[in-house]
Design a binder for this molecule. Structure first.
Ligand SMILES: Cc1cc2nc3c(=O)[nH]c(=O)nc-3n(C[C@H](O)[C@H](O)[C@H](O)COP(=O)(O)O)c2cc1C
Length: 280
C-alpha cells in the first residue's frame, strides 16, 4: 500500500463504517496498519489453500503477546487439527459450514486453572476465587483472539470468530479435554479469503465514543438513523418472520431485538460454575 492509498482506504472505510468523514494525515506513521484495521471485515469463505504450520505458530505467538491482566497469562489457544474432533464440532453447528471448511479452526480459552494451581505449587492461599477470576481470564482470551485476528489479517488471512461453540460448551470442552476452570470463549475460523467480504457499518461514534461522561443522547433517534444508513448499504433477510411477523422497515435494531428476543445460552452460567468457576 502506498501512503496515498492507505489514506484513501482509511477515509473510505471509516466513512462507510461510521457515516462521517475523517481527516487523515497522510504522513501518519503506521498508516498501512491503520488502513488494515479500519477496513477489516469478517471472512467466512476460504480458498482451498492450507496455512503453513510455521505461519500459524508465528501468529499464535503474536496473539499470545497481547496485553494480559497483571501479567497473569490466563488465556490459551487450542488448534483443532484432528479431523475427527473438527468434524464432531462442525456437526454440532450445521448452519455454520465454515467451521468444517476453514483450513484452520482454533479455540480460545479462558484459563482460571493455572493461578490456583500455582498457589498450590507455591503453598499459598487462594482467596481470589470469585467472579473477577473468570472475568480477567475471559478478557485475556478476548484480547488474544483480537490480536490473533489482527496478525492474521496483516498477512492476508481472513478470520471469523465463532461464539456459537458455547451453545455446546460442555461437549466442546469434553472433545478438547478441558480441565476444571478452563472454558471456551470462542472458536476462530482462519483461511485465505475466497472473496473480498464487506465493511459492516457500526453505530455512529456519537453513540459509542463519549467525552468525560456517558451520554447516549437521543438513543431512539440515533438508532433509527443508523438503521436507515445501514439498510441503504446492505439489506437484511428478516429473522424468523413466522414468529415475529412482517416489519414495515427491517433494520439492524429490529434484527438484534429479534435475535435477543429468544433465550440464548441461558445455561452458560451453570456450565461455567460446573467447570469450577465461582461467579459470586
Ligand atoms: C466474540 C465473537 C463471536 C462471534 N461469533 C460468531 C459466530 O458464532 N458465527 C458467525 O458467523 N460470526 C460470528 N462472529 C462474527 C460477527 O458476526 C461479526 O464480527 C459481525 O457481524 C461484524 O462484522 P465485521 O466483523 O465484518 O465487522 C463473532 C464475532 C465475535 C467478535
Amino acid at each position: 500500500m502506498t501512503q496515498q492509498n492507505s489514506a484513501d482506504i482509511i477515509r473510505e472505510a471509516l466513512a462507510l463504517r461510521f457515516g462521517e468523514s475523517f481527516a487523515i494525515d497522510e504522513t501518519l506513521p503506521g498508516i498501512d496498519e491503520i488502513a488494515r484495521i479500519a477496513s477489516r471485515r469478517v471472512h467466512r469463505r476460504y480458498l482451498d489453500r492450507s496455512v503453513e504450520p510455521a505461519l500459524l505458530r508465528l501468529l499464535c505467538a503474536c496473539a499470545l503477546s497481547a496485553p494480559t491482566k497483571s501479567d497473569l497469562q490466563q488465556a490459551d489457544i487450542i488448534s483443532v487439527n484432528d479431523a475427527d474432533k473438527r468434524r464432531a464440532i462442525a456437526d454440532l453447528i450445521p448452519d455454520q459450514p465454515f467451521i468444517r471448511s476453514a483450513p484452520i479452526f482454533l479455540v480460545f480459552l479462558a484459563n482460571g486453572r493455572r493461578l490456583p494451581e500455582i498457589a498450590k505449587l507455591r503453598a499459598k492461599p487462594f482467596p481470589n476465587d470469585h467472579l473477577d477470576l473468570f472475568f480477567n481470564a475471559t478478557v485475556d482470551a478476548a484480547l488474544v483472539l483480537a490480536t490473533f485476528t489482527r496478525a492474521a489479517e496483516a498477512v492476508g488471512l481472513g478470520c471469523c470468530p465463532i461464539s456459537v461453540i458455547r451453545d455446546h460448551a460442555a461437549r466442546v470442552s469434553e472433545l478438547l479435554a478441558l480441565p476444571p476452570r478452563v472454558v471456551p470463549v470462542a472458536g476462530l475460523c482462519v483461511g485465505w479469503p475466497a472473496e473480498p467480504g464487506h465493511i459492516s457499518p457500526r453505530l455512529p461514534l456519537a453513540s459509542t465514543l463519549h467525552q468525560d461522561r456517558y451520554d447516549e443522547g437521543d438513543l431512539a433517534g440515533r438508532i433509527d438513523a443508523y438503521d436507515r444508513r445501514r439498510a441503504a448499504i446492505h439489506s437484511y433477510r428478516p429473522r424468523d418472520p413466522a414468529r415475529w411477523g412482517a416489519a414495515s422497515f427491517y433494520g439492524w435494531s429490529e434484527d438484534k431485538a429479534r435475535q435477543y428476543g429468544v433465550p440464548q445460552r441461558a445455561d452458560f452460567g451453570a456450565f461455567v460454575r460446573k467447570q469450577g468457576f465461582c461467579l459470586d
